[in-house]
Design a protein around this ligand. Structure first.
Ligand SMILES: Cc1ncc(COP(=O)(O)O)c(C=O)c1O
Length: 396
């Protein structure tokens, strides 16, 4: 979706309507022919033209542009306060489009905690196959970026909160430092979602999402998204959607757009439940450390309070009994399902070291073997607390 979008008619100014209203209405005018209030799934792969190269309604071929995708892109762009929004087939496909901005010989700096698949894409695909260098930096000290920056550096990539260590990085401070050095700042906003944090308003050049998570919200669609206000980057992303073709199907776009409508109410409940679960974990004798930015003693609490409106639905914790205890706890829950992924209505539990973050083993991003990550869903709070308590009791 490029700027000046007719689908956003009436919703161009993100300050005119609140987040929840834009989630339900932005980019989603009533169907002109039928009055239908829900955006239809446009399955047509090709669209009629008046004359060669003059499509009747702005669409030519569905890889290039599709009405359902367009509605979804306009909506999420509005939520991220972006002029431009681009949907991709997965979070990694969205990341890949951004990483294609880097030429062989250039370098990317990344925070020392990130999703394992992101590290694999940067290190093994854009790194080993395409000659883009990478280095991990402690982004909690933005001034240190200057010490490692060299003439080949082009981009700083961060997740905040990060996966799975729940580290918090100051988007505004990092953006100020990196812009002074002439680089781009990319923020993976998957954990926070635009409901809790809008990185573009804090100086980031682009936001990337695994829409598979909170945006879709129901564990039934894989997707990715990039939002930006950067004209040149947007030009290239629209080119890459068409030239590479890693775009989501109309049905996937419909599901993601359906999910987005309830993002605000889901996030409120995720945050509430995570608070209760984090508090149980902090009191349980089997737990040695709780990683949750909502706690005052979390090193990123102050920054999180400044740049997020709440602390999200993700919590990680470490176990006194080490790896064996972690394995026992993740197989001991009934309501929390042992599975990869996160951000959906149902609670999930996993062991990052052998599941989502296996590909960072041996790197600067390696995660502790006694670490458990939970995605706190929106079930009844007491059921979640009781379930985790009985699983933790197993390792006392
Ligand atoms: C923070 C984060 N970013 C990106 C991705 C990749 O997204 P996808 O699985 O949709 O390709 C994930 C997947 O777990 C993730 O957790």
């Amino acid at each position: 979706m490029m700027g000046g979008d007719p689908l956003l008619s009436g919703f161009e100014d993100p300050d005119e309507y609140g987040f929840e209203t834009r989630a339900i209405r932005a980019g989603q005018p009533h169907d002109q022919r039928t009055g239908g209030v829900v955006t239809p799934i446009a399955l047509s792969t090709t669209f009629a033209q008046e004359a060669p190269g003059s499509p009747k309604h702005g669409y030519e071929y569905s890889r290039t542009g599709n009405p359902t995708r367009h509605a979804y892109e306009a909506c999420v762009a509005s939520l991220e306060r972006a002029q431009y929004g681009f949907a991709f087939a997965s979070g990694l496909a969205a990341e890949d489009a951004l990483l294609r901005q880097l030429n062989p010989g250039s370098q990317i700096l990344l925070g020392n905690d990130a999703y394992g698949g992101t590290f694999r894409l940067i290190d093994q695909v854009h790194g080993k196959k395409s000659g883009v260098g990478n280095a991990a930096v402690d982004l909690t000290k933005p001034d240190q970026i200057k010490d490692v920056w060299n003439p080949d550096c082009r981009m700083v990539w961060l997740e905040t909160p990060s996966n799975p260590m729940l580290s918090i990085f100051d988007i505004q401070e990092i953006s100020d430092v990196v812009h002074e050095l002439g680089g781009l700042v990319i923020v993976d906003n998957t954990f926070a979602t635009p409901y809790l944090q809008q990185p573009l308003t804090l100086g980031a050049d682009a936001v990337v999402h695994s829409a598979t998570k909170y945006i879709g919200g129901h564990s039934d669609v894989v997707g990715g998204f990039v939002a930006t206000n950067h004209d040149a980057l947007a030009e290239d992303l629209v080119f890459l959607q068409n030239a590479v073709g890693a775009i989501p199907s109309p049905f996937d776009c419909y599901l993601a757009l359906r999910g987005v409508k309830t993002l605000a109410v889901r996030m409120d409940r995720h945050c509430e439940n995570a608070r209760s679960v984090a508090s149980l974990l902090s009191e349980h004798a089997a737990v040695s450390q709780v990683l949750y930015p909502g706690f005052r003693n979390h090193p990123g609490h102050e920054v999180a309070s400044k740049q997020m409106s709440d602390f999200g639905g993700m919590v990680s914790f470490r176990l006194v009994g080490g790896r064996a205890a972690a394995e026992r706890v993740v197989t001991g829950t009934q309501i929390f399902t042992l599975a990869e992924s996160l951000g959906a209505v149902e609670s999930l539990i996993e062991h990052p070291g052998v599941m989502t973050h296996l590909s960072v083993a041996g790197s600067a991003l390696e995660v502790p073997e006694d670490l458990v990550r939970i995605s706190v869903g929106i079930e009844s709070t007491n059921d979640l607390v009781d379930d985790l308590t009985q699983a933790l009791d197993l390792v006392l």
